[in-house]
Design a protein around this ligand. Structure first.
Ligand SMILES: Nc1ncnc2c1ncn2[C@@H]1O[C@H](COP(=O)(O)OP(=O)(O)OP(=O)(O)O)[C@@H](O)[C@H]1O
Ligand SMILES: [Mg+2]
Length: 894
């Protein structure tokens, strides 16, 4: 066997193909069929099960682990519930097991267990909802593959594939697993997904000889998962699935690269965790030293930690995004990768292709003419043969050409034409060469017919044919020929050139593609879409710049863009782009709105440059040539009608290719984003304020400012409130601009609003400690030491702070959720309102009922509520003022 199976220079990174896959590249097909017990009937159900059990499923880990059980675990096993459980156990020990018969009391345990159940159940329902949305959406666009099972060729989801399956592939497919080819007909693939190289490779079913292959490209009889079939068709046997594939090895690295969003969320979580890591020990030591009870101090510090952990962060994010994508689902947009929702929210540059996006979906063949513009049947005939026989990914142009056989009375004609010209060979269309070659046999002669981009075809022509006569192709002749084409391009027509030459050989190679005879042109009507101009204006209003990236001719692109009101002053072609130096590139790309005559590689390059310039980039395209750029962009967008491979690479699929649909998507994305942002910023700042107060209180107070249970109770209320946040309304002005996703603005927000709440907390402490409690209990805490009144003192104090804390924490949410005046100018959604009202009311009333006492809550005298009202109004006022200042200074709130 070979030493280094896949060590070629073309490799991106280390993952190598599975040994099994490589070994069978060197064995003949009979051995392969024998070893895997494959008959020409395909696998039976039992064989499928057996193979799946042995070699695994064809899915990459991300989705596979996402089961209901996993979500259940996530809902119930988190720091919050675990600490609750620990507390319940401790209470059970102290209150029940170790307590004397008379003081035995199980209420605390029951309360804690109820909290545990409620929080877990609420989380779980949310998790399930998010999962249902995700499943439904992925189900709508699952990629499928043709496989031989039980004597029939059936279409199954590619996740159903198992090792040993016989599959059939054709142009436009994405290779669904690592496969050894058993038959191939002009099969061409792009392996750029795994090697990063854009070259198109021909593959076949021949057995390799020992030591022949040194790189992925060298394995001519293997196709790897994720690669795209650009032309031809073939059959093969699946040899590796899921994570055993080369692509599976990359997938983990790939997803982490792409996911700016998770990085953002993580950085935010870390900001909060760092705060806690510093402050929680301070609380523990201060409480331990001042109160002398280290066990309680530990429990208290633990509860503070729980209270401050943004444990709802993943859940709120998930719920917001799921809700956003469900809303988009109703608007003809399927979000495959839920994290792309965030990309929608922060996208500020949208790259689009031309055909179907800016121009109508249907292209029609308008003229077929010779080089001087007269209608020519020969041009049509040759183009027809070319479109019919090339097996590259067929696009609208080919469909438009093939449409001619549907003209009444012409079916027979085109049928006979095809019969008279049998196909010998081809080099299918690809976007680097930009033309398609087909070799046909006509009578005694072999004809090589090409059709494609005017520039590329003309470059390869040495003569022209006019009225059956051949002429040299040079000088004035060429000029007058160009004049006709230019005129059509100006009018926004799409023009292809058609040429041919006789060939002796019966097979075709790239070396033959020169010295053609130019025959004429095809002109397609590709009119700008009426709705596009409006959509572009709307996008501009949303501060999303539209850039056009097309492979088409510059003149037609300019013509179309001009009619749609897109700035064309700075159009750049692929060739010009190549000539720019590394310094000029970022600047020039930044200023240009229209890029034409691009190769697929250049589309990627532009997306990369824009991202490097700090933009969040969306890419909308439907062709094979857009695939790499779609994968590279922050939000890759494609359409339902695109080739399988392209759809697979995209994050978002539009069921209708229309910019207007996108505009709504952006709105939804921003809404989801705003709600996430709301949660994070408000939680972070109020937590920051709380911990400051707790640190101060634990240093100065001779007892705990709140019991652990009360802290957890507050936390529960707040969490439930946060759970309904995804359903909150978002103000229009927040959605007016792309929203930035980073921890950068979080810090300043926390520092700005956090201390305000600490200030009022400390005010409340002082009032309770020095005024209210002494007046009710009849003396300062020190003078009451040891007596029963001291316990009452503590209970009063704790209840007082519990209520103040709850009121301010709930209010801050209403204050900061909008830059406007809360409740009056911007109304929260009904669930948010309901939870707020019921929650605060419930806990306030609770202090007066007997049910409050197990929680350490005790009725407060009316005068306290006077104080509370005062504090709350002052707090409202101060935060409102601060908010105004914050917005003036940084021109944004969330
Ligand atoms: N089926 C085809 N046969 C021959 N040549 C083709 C075919 N499709 C495209 N071409 C050539 O390749 C060039 C680039 O293709 P195309 O215009 O589809 O690029 P694109 O980037 O996908 O454009 P768009 O932005 O309109 O989607 C075309 O101008 C045309 O000359
Ligand atoms: Mg295209």
């Amino acid at each position: 066997m070979i030493e280094k199976p896949c060590g070629g220079e073309a490799m991106k990174a280390s993952p190598i193909a599975h040994r099994r896959v490589l070994d069978y590249a060197y064995m003949d097909i009979d051995t392969l069929f024998r070893d895997f017990h494959i008959s020409d009937q395909g696998y039976s159900d039992e064989q499928v099960e057996e193979s799946r059990a042995r070699y695994g499923k064809n899915s990459l880990s991300g989705r596979a682990s996402d089961t209901v059980l996993y979500r259940l675990g996530r809902a119930f096993l988190n720091p919050f519930t675990i600490i609750l459980f620990v507390l319940a156990c401790i209470s059970f020990l102290t209150d029940v097991v170790l307590a004397s018969n008379f003081s035995r009391n199980i209420t605390t345990v029951v309360i804690i267990l109820c909290m545990l159940l409620i929080s877990g159940a609420v989380r779980f329902t949310q998790e399930l909802r998010a999962k249902r949305v995700a499943d439904r959406l992925t189900g709508m666009i699952a990629s499928t593959v043709l496989v031989r099972r039980g004597r029939k060729w059936v279409r199954v989801s590619s996740t159903e594939l198992v090792v040993g399956d016989l599959v059939r592939l054709s142009a436009g497919d994405r290779v669904p697993a690592d496969i050894r080819l058993t038959a191939a007909k002009d099969l061409f693939v792009s392996q750029s997904v795994i090697t990063g190289e854009s070259a198109i490779l021909e593959k076949n079913a021949d057995t390799l000889s020992q030591g022949q292959a040194q790189s992925y490209a060298g394995y001519r009889n293997l196709v790897f998962m994720g690669c795209a079939l650009t032309g031809g068709s073939g059959e093969g046997v699946v040899l590796a699935v899921g994570e055993d594939t080369v692509y599976g090895g990359f997938a983990a690295a790939e997803s982490s690269r792409k996911n700016r969003f998770d990085q953002g969320a993580n950085s935010i979580a870390w900001v909060l965790i760092r705060f806690m890591a510093v402050l929680i020990p301070v609380v523990l030591i201060a409480c331990g030293l001042t109160k002398g009870d280290w066990v309680s101090a530990f429990l208290f510090a633990l509860s503070v930690a729980v209270g401050l952990t943004p444990e709802m962060l993943p859940m709120v994010i998930n719920a917001c995004l799921a809700k956003g994508s469900a809303a988009m689902g109703k608007k003809q947009t399927v979000v495959k990768n839920i994290n792309a929702m965030q990309g929608f929210g922060s996208m500020d540059v949208l790259c689009v292709d031309k055909t179907g996006t800016l121009t109508g979906d249907k292209i029609t063949l308008e003229y077929y003419m010779d080089i001087l513009g007269n209608e020519s049947q020969k041009v049509l005939d040759f183009s027809y043969l070319n479109s019919l026989y090339h097996t590259g990914v067929k696009n609208h142009l080919d469909s438009a050409v093939l449409q001619c056989r549907e003209m009444p009375g012409h079916e027979r004609y085109f049928q006979e034409l095809a019969d008279r010209h049998q196909k010998l060979d081809e080099l299918p269309f690809d976007y680097e060469r930009r033309f398609a070659s087909v070799l046909v046999r006509h009578e005694e002669e072999n004809l090589l017919i090409i059709k494609g981009s005017i520039d590329e075809v003309c470059r390869r022509c040495s003569s022209v044919e006019y009225k059956g006569q051949r002429h040299e192709f040079s000088g004035d002749g060429a000029e007058s020929v160009r004049a006709i084409v230019d005129e059509m391009l100006e009018d926004g027509m799409k023009v292809l050139a058609v040429a041919y030459k006789p060939l002796k050989e019966a097979t075709l190679s790239q070396e033959d593609e020169h010295d053609f005879i130019l025959l004429g042109y095809l002109a397609f009507f590709d009119a700008p879409k009426e709705s596009a101009a409006g959509a572009i204006r709307k996008l501009q209003k949303l501060h999303v710049e539209v850039r056009v990236l097309t492979g088409d001719h510059r003149d037609i692109a300019v013509s179309v863009c001009r009619r749609l009101g897109i700035d064309t002053a700075q159009a750049l072609t692929g060739r010009e782009l190549e000539q720019l130096s590394d310094d000029e590139l970022p600047v020039k790309v930044e200023r240009t709105t229209l890029f034409a005559e691009l190769s697929p590689r250049q589309k990627v390059q532009i997306v990369q440059l824009l991202r490097a310039n700090g933009h969040t980039v969306g890419f909308l395209g439907d062709g094979m040539n857009d695939l790499s750029a779609i994968v590279e962009a922050d939000v890759g967008i494609s359409v339902d009608t695109a080739a399988e491979a392209v759809k697979e690479g995209a994050d978002v699929i539009l069921l209708k290719k229309d910019l207007n649909v996108l505009e709504e998507g952006i709105h939804e994305g921003r809404r989801a984003f705003a709600n996430v942002s709301k949660y994070i910023k408000i939680t972070a700042s109020s937590n920051f304020g709380n911990i400051l107060s707790i640190v101060v209180a634990s240093v100065f107070l001779p007892f705990f400012p709140m019991t652990s249970l009360q802290l957890l109770l507050l936390n529960l209320l707040y969490d439930i409130l946060c759970l309904v946040l995804p359903w909150d309304h978002v103000d229009e002005e927040i959605c007016a601009r792309p929203l930035e996703w980073s921890g950068r603005t979080l810090g300043r927000f926390m520092r700005f609003f956090g201390p305000i709440s600490s200030f009022f907390d400390i005010l409340t402490f002082s009032y309770l400690f020095f005024v209210l409690c002494p007046s009710v209990c009849g003396g300062s805490f020190a003078s009451l030491a040891g007596s029963g009144e001291a316990l009452r003192f503590i209970a009063l104090f704790q209840t007082g702070w519990f209520l103040e804390s709850m009121w301010t924490q709930v209010l801050i949410l209403h204050l900061l959720r909008t830059p406007r005046i809360p409740l009056l100018q911007s109304r929260p959604s009904r669930p948010v309102m309901l939870v707020t009202l019921l929650g605060t009311l419930f806990f306030t009333v609770l202090t007066f009922t007997p049910a409050g006492s197990p929680l350490g809550l005790t009725p407060l005298p009316p005068v306290y509520f006077g104080f509370l009202a005062l504090v709350v109004s002052l707090y409202l006022l101060l935060v409102t003022l601060a908010k105004g200042r914050y917005i003036r200074r940084w021109r944004e709130l969330l």
